[in-house]
Design a protein around this ligand. Structure first.
Ligand code: URA
Length: 190
């Protein structure tokens, strides 16, 4: 059976983690997954975005945030002035939940070793939690929206709105941009 403790997964490296995710049947979500959705972007990112779960487009392609919410996230990444090699995007769970429902507490817990091992190996300076589910998966609640938390020397955590929330309430985009402006020193050279 696959190693499922995040320390063991870290030793396997990012490729090893991908192999373990692909064979994972530890929770029911794998049953309906067309593709597991593992990572998009740099393997040495300055900024790591953590979303919720794959949607329909992601399930079909295997690529995180490649649909409508992904277009909004790409807009935010542009606004943050991040270069292609400066960021990566992952999700709390790697398989699409039925009808895009939120992952259950149990599913989050089962998939968490993959998430924690990815974070440790990617070793970003800034982790951006996209919405409450990412916050829940990372076990850091309650964070305040947009308020950076210093975890250790040079390591920060920020919770921002999930891009899908911005799709439905476009007015939140102004707030999101203000939160980005307040935090941009964390990833930009001044
Ligand atoms: N929403 C997410 O949280 N993640 C994706 O990959 C796509 C949409």
């Amino acid at each position: 059976t696959p190693a499922m403790n995040s320390g063991e997964l870290v030793k396997l490296g990012l490729k090893g983690i991908t192999a373990r995710v692909l064979e994972c049947k530890k929770c029911p979500l794998h049953e309906n997954a067309t593709n597991k959705v593992i990572i998009r972007g740099s393997e040495r990112p300055k900024v790591l975005f953590i979303g919720e779960a794959p949607g329909k487009n992601e399930d079909e392609s295997g690529i995180p945030f490649c649909g409508r919410a992904g277009k909004v996230l790409d807009e935010l990444i542009d606004y943050m002035a991040l270069e292609e090699n400066e960021y990566a995007i992952i999700n709390t769970v790697k398989c699409r939940p039925p009808n895009n429902r939120k992952p259950t507490h149990s599913e989050l817990k089962t998939c968490r070793p993959f998430l924690l091992a990815q974070i440790e190996l990617l070793d970003p300076e800034v982790i951006i939690l996209l919405g409450n589910t990412a916050e829940q998966a990372f076990c850091v609640s309650p964070l305040k929206w947009g308020e950076a938390v210093n975890m250790q020397e040079g390591k920060y955590l920020v919770k921002l709105y999930h891009p899908a929330a911005l799709l439905y309430r476009r007015s939140l985009m102004e707030q999101q941009k203000e939160m980005i402006d307040l935090n941009k020193k964390l990833w930009q050279k001044i």
